[in-house]
Design a protein around this ligand. Structure first.
Ligand code: GDP
Length: 484
């Protein structure tokens, strides 16, 4: 067991204000009850309504989830191809694909949809979802078990005949028709396609009439790699419940992420060993996420942007000229507590340069700065377990800091800011290598941006970023939507 962090809040509450339940086996998932000891920022308190809704949702998962008679019945119904008029339990299967950050924000927001619609949430276990995260629900499982009758569900895409948008376009499904008796004519499942190439008909998902229609379909299989939560806040039928669940609209992912995603012991080992070795004794920790692509050349402009951002915003001390020895050490003999800088990146070049700058030059205020980076994987590797574990450990480590600097547009950074409860300073260069005149700006909220969000309201009259005050366009992705 790792030593508690002496800088951690003394009121460290292992259940995070009731977000988590007591009673899980501690050894099988150490991170679950230890996370509060590693986060410098205590984070927000969940509403009482959210806490009780999660408890009742857990009960639903136990009553209807894998291994129950209700689940067996629902599978039979799925095989039959027809929906029942009032099924005992309804289900949402969430497909897992693309990078880790994408998978996490997608699963969190799909879970929110399941909670709002009283559906059992089952996550596709592929792409490491079974290996990276502990079970979030007590005495049941969130993993879709093997033997699911829709054998090719992971390959569902635009041409899948049961795609909801396609069935609406073809008139197979019509809104306003299903009152009671017609429900038996509905298909047993629909495939919700919310990938980047979704059609206008797929986007009807965010409309009230379509949500009413969908509520009569027992099984939904959803594909999204994005954070659909801002879109859910536009559905009128969900609004009063969302208001009660999240009186602080900027903390939706913060709570859902902390509730759902607990690193498994292997990953927790990576996190705690790094933390104890590099961060635990620091006076403060500044995390910097440098998202670059494997094929991009090392960029002196981006390096300059990181330096200007961190120094002009006073996140890190300025370095003096080569000839300037700086002020004498305030605590000679190694007694000074350093400021630790945690960098994550696929490349080592930025880390090497920043580390060098703080070794070769004195800081203006005498502050001791230690810079480190856990890994530099060079390439993005899919389906490689050790690579995925490092990525998850690094996202988590970023989230333990006092201060966070992220790269615009990156879901990897979004997860870190949300879990850590921090409004980051966003490096404007972003993943699309454009040069901009200002180095970074403070994000308006800690929420992830929903990149391929609906553009208009359901009647196609109003800009979706202007319908309700707490759903706005994102600064780093202007067509996207974000909770503020
Ligand atoms: P996004 O592409 O920035 O939105 O983030 P994703 O997490 O969805 O996908 C990027 C993938 O690249 C990650 O899941 C990792 O596999 C890899 N990757 C990117 N940056 C880093 C990093 O700083 N550290 C590690 N270990 N992996 C990274």
């Amino acid at each position: 067991v790792s030593l508690p962090n002496e800088n951690a809040p003394t009121h460290a509450d292992k259940l995070l204000g009731g977000l988590l339940v007591e009673g899980f086996d501690q050894e099988s998932c150490r991170s679950r009850y230890q996370s509060a000891m590693y986060r410098r920022n205590a984070g927000r308190q969940p509403s009482q309504h959210l806490v009780s809704k999660l408890r009742s949702h857990e009960a639903l998962q136990r009553r209807c989830g894998p291994g129950t008679a209700a689940y067996t019945n629902a599978l039979e119904q799925l095989k039959s191809g027809k929906s029942v008029v009032s099924p005992e339990c309804r289900y949402l299967v969430s497909i897992s694909y693309r990078g880790l950050g994408n998978r996490i924000i997608a699963a969190a927001s799909a879970f929110l949809y399941a909670v709002l619609t009283d559906r059992v949430f089952l996550v596709d276990p592929s792409n490491g979802m079974d290996e990276l995260f502990c079970e979030p629900f007590p005495n049941t499982t969130w993993l879709l078990p093997p033997g699911f009758p829709l054998v090719s569900y992971q390959g569902f895409y635009l041409s899948t005949p049961e795609r909801y948008g396609k069935m609406r376009e073809d008139g197979v499904l019509r809104t306003g028709e299903i009152n009671g008796s017609a429900a038996g004519d509905l298909p047993a499942f629909a495939y919700i396609h919310l990938d980047h190439n979704q059609t206008d008909a797929d986007k009807l998902f965010f409309c009230d009439d379509d949500q009413r229609l969908m509520s009569s379909i027992q099984w939904l299989v959803m594909r999204t790699d994005g954070y659909i939560a801002p879109g859910l806040f536009l559905v009128r039928a969900f609004q009063s419940e969302l208001d009660a669940l999240f009186p602080e609209r900027d903390a939706v992912f913060h709570h859902l992420g902390r509730y759902l995603f607990h690193p498994t012991n292997r990953v927790w080992g990576l996190i705690t060993r790094y933390y104890d070795a590099h961060l635990a004794r620091a006076r403060r920790v500044v995390s910097i996420q440098v998202r670059v692509f494997p094929w991009q050349a090392d960029s002196p402009e981006l390096l300059e942007q990181i330096k200007t951002c961190t120094q002009s915003q006073k996140l890190l001390p300025a370095v003096l000229g080569e000839e300037d020895d700086g002020p004498p050490a305030a605590a000679p003999g190694g007694a000074a507590k350093p400021t630790a800088v945690l960098i994550t990146s696929l490349k080592a070049w930025y880390y090497d340069k920043i580390k060098g700058a703080y070794w070769e030059r004195a800081t203006a205020n005498g502050e001791v700065v230690v810079v480190d980076q856990p890994s530099h994987e060079e390439a993005q590797r899919y389906h490689v377990k050790s690579h995925e574990r490092k990525a998850w450990a690094e996202v988590y480590l970023l989230s333990t800091a006092d201060t966070l600097v992220t790269t615009a547009e990156s879901t990897f950074g979004y997860v870190a800011q949300g879990l850590g409860g921090m409004r980051p300073w966003v490096l404007r260069m972003g993943m699309i290598n454009t040069t901009v005149s200002w180095p970074c700006s403070r994000d308006v909220s800690m929420e992830p941006c929903y990149h391929v969000a609906p553009v208009y309201d359901c009647r196609r009259r109003e800009d979706a970023g202007k319908i309700v005050p707490h759903v706005r366009h994102c600064e780093d992705w202007p067509t996207g939507l974000k909770l503020v």
